[in-house]
Design a protein around this ligand. Structure first.
Ligand SMILES: *[C@@H]1O[C@H](CO)[C@@H](O)[C@H](O)[C@H]1NC(C)=O
Ligand SMILES: *[C@@H]1O[C@H](CO)[C@@H](O)[C@H](O)[C@H]1NC(C)=O
Ligand SMILES: *[C@@H]1O[C@H](CO)[C@@H](O)[C@H](O)[C@H]1NC(C)=O
Ligand SMILES: *[C@@H]1O[C@H](CO)[C@@H](O)[C@H](O)[C@H]1NC(C)=O
Ligand SMILES: *[C@@H]1O[C@H](CO)[C@@H](O)[C@H](O)[C@H]1NC(C)=O
Ligand SMILES: *[C@@H]1O[C@H](CO)[C@@H](O)[C@H](O)[C@H]1NC(C)=O
Ligand SMILES: *[C@@H]1O[C@H](CO)[C@@H](O)[C@H](O)[C@H]1NC(C)=O
Ligand SMILES: [Ca+2]
Length: 764
């Protein structure tokens, strides 16, 4: 049993003098807080069922069962309860129900010792001592029925026979050592239930998330873009000028989608901002790269078309240049390309470089006559004649003579990653919003919500503070303030992210997740729709057991280059341990919320097929071997599953056990009659095929006789009517068995005889 929440060990409290106690307590509470670990028997986080449960109602809001599972459990319950009469039902129904329903508890994995895929699971949930004692006193004989129900074995039959009479051994078998997690304490433990189903937060408000490695071995992966065509492929761009295709299952095609390495200017040194960016639209693909033309360094934005012969490769001869911008310096080339929901291409261009935007009178960013330091918007689909693009008719500065018509927003410094909000999946609230991270100068990094015509302040302002005092105090500045800014003690280069709108992590809906390239900090903002303010929370990796789910890890390489979204809206980020265009230290991580998942089946996708030319390179995770393991499912089984069945001698009253027998005859004699056996809540007959005196003696001894005197075939001792089922056929016992169920036989209910072949015995 793995202790998951590190609750305060009593020994420390007892052996520490009071004035030393507080710091230790705080320390322990800190490590404990938020590290509780709800988990289901399938090794995944719990969820809110799509429809309320009818049987295990207490887990309707949050737990590990959907309606199908609930129905299955209810079926098992009624099957077991058929063994009882009314008073037995009244006395034991609640125990059987509670024990069966613990499979739906959000802490099911703890209750069944199943947090660790490498150790065997318990057959039944762990009970608390007092509860177990009550259970033993009132309904101890239900244990074998429960064990039978979970796939009992001969081993269990022996076990239950010996422990049912022995209170100590009975509870040794059922009790969970961890007092906080045992049933029913787990329901009332305040810490375990405090924020159940909500995002984990540590005491400082840091959100505890986990990661799953999705790809590795990449050289400065600068962008990951999904295909947006139902294939769930995604494309990963490396700064050198490569784009690679990944299939929905994580395998990568060995031939590049695009190879622009010859044209792209980069150097292997860390922090080279020149290079390459990629975006795929519905029809065409777009690249944004640094290129040298006539000894002049330029940013070029161009369009490529998919090859006519291969959907997973661009036609390298199809390049159409959309726009070139001369770069006065080799930094701040930052930015991105993306399509808005309006179908226009947005291009984000840095201020041209050097410190403090020194060019011209007010710098480039405030000068609408230049494309530097701007967000541009152009129409690449409907272009007149041979013009590379046209200007949308509602671009904001068309009326200003001096202004370039492409300008959509200005006053930006070096926007590094922008995204468009898909909107709330239900209400569509927020849909179409554009958020960007704008890298700061000396003091502040900021996140901006981009609106048409907005002035984002640079170089008058950096974050909320003045950078160029004179410009800043000019009353005509009329700038849009960031939704969030952070000082350089938290990080020195913001990497803009996405608002989560995926399906698998319902708690993350509406959360803007972003990071910092230099400090490796992951951060989040959530809008308060009432006040319009954005609430900040840092994101930290789940500690202790929080991320102990198969395939999840809780660490990452610190240089966060970019964020990404897949076609289904799940969130990723791209980071590297070595920020160089040639080092293969780049990894793609999927962001995972360990506190809650979507209900099963809700997020299933069916990628449309892709024709593949060339070879596939399969993905092998490098990090977190500890949690990984393809063999996990192998261990998802009750301990000691076997073929035998449980049996308990009838002790009168309602205590009837699976495998019990009786002799039925018209005369009502106790020592002879048709053999009937009790299974699945009812009495049924046994067929005479292969039935010998050895099998008869098993029946007789079960009834308290020493042996069988005769076996009567062909229903000589009576034939049951058609309402009675035939349960067993081809029974071949060796004589020592404790029940016919332990003998070699057909499966229960499987037979090819009629009641004319009902077997009878005479005992003596
Ligand atoms: C069950 O008990 C019987 C008789 O006591 C014994 O022969 C058999 O080996 C036991 N089976 C197991 C699996 O322990
Ligand atoms: C991924 O999918 C492709 C195409 O469907 C298939 O050829 C390949 O074997 C799959 N990879 C893995 C690891 O299953
Ligand atoms: C990419 O192109 C360069 C030159 O154009 C070539 O040398 C290199 O082999 C290509 N890489 C791949 C993986 O095809
Ligand atoms: C604005 O930029 C244009 C084009 O680069 C330049 O000619 C002009 O002098 C700049 N204006 C100011 C006020 O700096
Ligand atoms: C204030 O800004 C406007 C527009 O950028 C400019 O024309 C004006 O000269 C500035 N005033 C001062 C005092 O700098
Ligand atoms: C939004 O802000 C208001 C005012 O500060 C506060 O009362 C409310 O609880 C906040 N809502 C959320 C969802 O945080
Ligand atoms: C019943 O099935 C057994 C084997 O399962 C076979 O040997 C026997 O002939 C069958 N009897 C009839 C009447 O079909
Ligand atoms: Ca700004």
């Amino acid at each position: 049993m793995i202790q998951t929440c590190n609750l305060v060990p009593r020994c420390i409290l007892q052996h520490t003098s009071p004035h030393h106690l507080l710091p230790i307590l705080l320390l322990l509470l800190r490590t404990w807080w938020g590290s509780c670990h709800p988990q289901c028997l399938d090794y995944k986080p719990p969820f809110e069922p799509r429809q309320p449960l009818a049987f295990c109602k207490e887990y309707s809001k949050f737990g590990c069962c959907d309606v199908e599972k609930d129905e299955e459990i209810s079926g098992r319950f009624y099957n077991i309860m058929e063994n009882f009469d009314h008073s037995g039902y009244a006395a034991c129904g609640k125990y059987v129900r509670s024990i069966l329903c613990q499979e739906c508890s959000p802490y099911a994995a703890h209750l069944y010792d199943a947090e660790d895929a490498d150790t065997p699971m318990r057959a039944l949930p762990g009970l608390c001592g007092d509860y177990c004692s009550d259970y033993w006193r009132q309904c101890r004989y239900t244990l074998s029925l429960l064990l039978e129900d979970v796939g009992n074995s001969q081993q269990f039959a022996n076990l239950t026979a010996t422990i049912e009479e022995d209170h100590r051994r009975f509870c040794e078998f059922l009790v969970l050592k961890d007092k906080e997690y045992c049933y029913p304490s787990v329901l009332t433990n305040a810490e375990l239930n405090a924020n159940l189903g909500l995002l984990n937060e540590d005491p400082e408000g840091c959100l505890e998330l986990c990661l799953q490695e999705v790809a590795n071995g990449l050289r400065n992966p600068v962008a990951m873009i999904h295909a947006d065509d139902g294939t769930h492929r995604f494309f990963v761009a490396e700064q050198l000028g490569y784009v690679w295709v990944y299939l929905a299952n994580g395998s990568r095609i060995d031939r590049p989608f695009l190879n622009l390495t010859k044209a792209v200017l980069t150097s292997p040194w860390a922090g080279d901002e020149r290079g390459f960016l990629f975006f795929k639209g519905k029809i065409h693909s777009y690249v944004y790269y640094s290129v040298s033309v006539k000894k002049e360094e330029r940013i070029r934005i161009s369009e490529f078309t998919v090859s006519a012969h291969d959907d997973n490769q661009l036609d390298h001869s199809s390049e159409r240049t959309i726009l070139e911008v001369v770069e006065p310096a080799s930094n701040h080339n930052g930015g991105q390309l993306l399509f808005g929901h309006d179908g226009y291409l947005y291009i984000f261009i840095g201020d041209g470089g050097r410190a403090g935007d020194p060019f011209g009178k007010f710098g480039n960013s405030q000068n609408k006559s230049t494309l530097l330091g701007k967000v541009l918007r152009v129409d690449v689909d409907f272009n007149d004649n041979s013009a590379p693009y046209s200007i949308p008719s509602d671009n904001p500065f068309l009326g200003e003579k001096e202004a370039r018509p492409e300008v959509y927003a200005y006053g930006v410094r070096n926007m590094w990653r922008c995204s468009i909000d898909r909107g709330d999946p239900v209400t569509t609230e927020g849909r179409g919003r554009m958020l960007c991270g704008d890298v700061g100068q000396n003091k502040y990094e900021e996140v901006d919500l981009i609106v048409k015509g907005g002035n984002y302040g640079w170089r008058a302002k950096e974050g909320f503070s003045c950078y160029d005092r004179k410009l800043c105090q000019n009353s005509s500045l009329d700038d849009v303030l960031p939704i969030f800014a952070y000082p350089h003690k938290l990080g020195k280069s913001v990497t803009g992210g996405y608002i989560y709108r995926g399906c698998q992590m319902p708690n993350l809906n509406g959360l803007y997740i972003f990071g910092d390239f230099m400090s490796g900090r992951l951060m989040s903002l959530r809008e308060n729709v009432t006040t319009g303010e954005w609430q900040y929370n840092e994101i930290c990796m789940g500690r202790d057991q929080t991320c102990r789910f198969p395939k999840l890890i809780n660490s990452y390489y610190k240089y966060i280059i970019s964020f990404a979204e897949d076609e289904a809206g799940e969130l990723y980020f791209l980071a590297t341990g070595v920020p160089s265009a040639t080092a293969r230290g780049g990894v793609i991580y999927k962001i995972v919320d360990p506190s809650r998942r979507a209900p099963p089946g809700k997020c299933s996708i069916k990628p449309s097929p892709v024709k593949i030319k060339g070879k596939l390179i399969h993905f092998h995770p490098k990090e977190g071997k500890r949690n990984a393991g393809e063999g996990n499912q192998v261990f998802k089984r009750p301990r000691g599953r076997g073929r035998g069945q449980g049996y308990k001698k009838a002790r009168g009253g309602w205590r009837l056990w699976v495998g019990s027998v009786r002799l039925v005859s018209a005369e009502g004699l106790p020592d002879r009659g048709r053999v009937e056996i009790f299974i699945r809540g009812q009495w049924g007959t046994v067929c005479d095929d292969l039935f010998t005196i050895k099998s008869g003696s098993v029946v007789c001894r079960q009834l308290g006789f020493s042996t069988a005197l005769a076996v009567m075939k062909r229903a000589v001792l009576g034939e049951a009517d058609d309402s009675v089922r035939i349960f067993l056929d081809d029974v071949e016992c060796e004589g020592g068995e404790r029940s016919l169920l332990e003998c070699k036989r057909s499966r229960v209910g499987k037979h090819n005889c009629s009641h004319a072949e009902d077997v009878g015995v005479i005992c003596g």
